[in-house]
Design a protein around this ligand. Structure first.
Ligand SMILES: NC(=O)c1ccc[n+]([C@@H]2O[C@H](COP(=O)([O-])OP(=O)(O)OC[C@H]3O[C@@H](n4cnc5c(N)ncnc54)[C@H](OP(=O)(O)O)[C@@H]3O)[C@@H](O)[C@H]2O)c1
Length: 409
């Protein structure tokens, strides 16, 4: 029954990300995640269960005839987290979404197609969903009902990703910065100075490596972090002080530190140029900017700065949001199709025993009911009867399936 599909979920829409942890299953030293989910399935009498936990959501997708109401949700989360604080116990209804039947399916499809995501169009969620399903399937927690709906959700989500522009434009400042760098036709062996080794430049280094830039020097106050970031792109690590005496030249500079005053001053920039007069690409991702304004006035540079990238990211996010309506229309088609697929599968399951039963009837007719008469026949007639019965058997198997399809679908 479609009504037996149910969802209990806590997401970024109603709770701070840091608080989602209160509603996830926490494996302890005594029992693994698999064991805890197996217990949950037994305790609540779920036929099937899929568990999905990402940094933005925790979702319990299950198949059960249990009624989803306020009491059930409270009982459920008391079980999930016996240490749930009084505050969360009181507010569990306010922070939880529960869905059943069509709405449970719709929610799963929305998640798969990333229209329920914190950042709409982040297709990473589809991979996370598939991994979670695969894991629960391997653990024997899911069965035919969840398999069917997951198949359809994946097909629907793929159709959204390929027939809309929901995930096309980047909304990450760092990836937009890299796109600008690529558009500036910077050679793969360009000398790139990375100044700062915080979270932003760590991501930057990963992108530089992905795009095969191979002459990167990383400068940072804490050398250990410079080494770590340089390691991501097979570059050299230097202390920030070394920047003031660095004479190897450069073609491009990526600056991003939490220093409040510009650290790339005119004087430092001139030293770093070491007589070079070519135009350089300067990426400044810091707020406030790390590059002194005078550098832009006095030297030929292509300046890529964070505010411009942020506004581009915002425009791209708006473009993604505008695609939601198209995504919903696609998902609706796949949702409408699902009850038919579901019935078809139920029929297949019900009809699975038909061939065996028909075979048994045939065998009984020949070997028991008409055994005496058949025994009196000559070999040629016996063979003819066998062939006729085999023909009948083959034809009969398809008849109930065809009739059921015509009647119910
Ligand atoms: N995180 C984001 O989402 C994001 C996105 C875009 C831009 N930004 C901007 O990027 C800048 C850095 O962000 P982040 O997330 O990468 O920061 P982070 O992870 O905290 O790293 C801070 C970086 O600044 C360096 N630093 C801090 N104080 C310094 C000082 N007094 N002298 C020299 N170096 C110093 C740190 O060096 P040590 O390793 O030695 O501490 C480290 O390399 C900020 O301006 C932020 O607004 C952040």
């Amino acid at each position: 029954m479609l009504e037996n599909y149910k969802v209990i979920t806590v997401t970024h829409k109603r709770i701070n990300l840091k608080d989602i942890g209160n509603f996830v299953v926490k494996p302890g030293p005594e029992s693994s995640l698999k064991e805890q989910l197996e217990d949950m399935k037994t305790v609540f009498g779920f036929n099937e269960l899929m568990y999905v936990a990402t940094c933005n959501r925790v979702m319990y997708f299950f198949h059960s005839d249990e009624q989803l109401d306020k009491n059930f949700t409270a009982r459920f989360f008391n079980y999930v987290n016996p240490d749930l604080s009084a505050h969360w116990k009181e507010n569990v209804e306010e922070v939880t979404f529960t869905y059943q039947g069509h709405y449970a399916l719709k929610h799963l499809f929305d998640v798969a197609a990333s229209i329920d995501s914190l950042v709409i169009g982040e297709r990473q969620i589809l991979g996370q969903l598939r991994e979670a399903y695969e894991q629960c399937r391997e653990w024997g927690l899911t069965g035919d009902n969840i398999r069917l709906v997951m198949n359809q959700a994946v097909i629907a989500a793929k159709s959204v990703y390929s027939n809309t522009q929901i995930g096309d434009k980047s909304v990450s400042v760092v990836s937009l910065a890299i796109q600008k760098l690529l558009n500036a036709n910077v050679a793969k062996d360009a000398r790139i100075l990375v100044v700062g080794a915080g979270q932003t430049n760590q991501l930057m280094a990963k992108f530089l490596a992905k795009h095969q830039f191979n002459k990167v020097a990383v400068f940072n106050r804490t050398i250990a972090k410079a080494e770590q970031v340089a390691g991501l792109v097979e570059g050299d690590a230097h202390s920030l002080d070394h920047l003031y005496s660095y004479q190897e030249g450069f073609d491009c500079m990526v600056v991003c530190t939490a220093v409040k005053d510009p650290i790339i001053t005119k004087g430092l920039y001139q030293n770093l140029l070491n007589g070079d007069t070519d135009r350089k690409v300067l990426i400044d991702l810091a707020i406030p900017h790390n590059v002194e304004a005078g550098v832009l006035d006095e030297f030929p540079v292509q300046y890529i700065e964070i505010e411009g990238l942020r506004s581009l990211a915002q425009d791209n996010l708006t473009a993604r949001e505008n695609e939601v309506v198209n995504a919903q229309a696609i998902l609706e088609n796949y949702l409408e199709e699902f009850p038919i697929l579901y019935k078809q599968r139920q029929l297949e399951l019900a009809m699975r025993r038909v061939p065996t039963e028909i075979k048994a009837v045939k065998s009984k007719a020949i070997n028991e009911v008409f055994a005496k008469e058949v025994g009196l026949l000559d070999e040629q007639t016996k063979e003819l009867i066998e062939r006729m019965m085999a023909y009948m058997e083959k034809k009969c198997i398809g008849i109930p399936m065809k009739a059921a399809r015509e009647t119910f679908l």
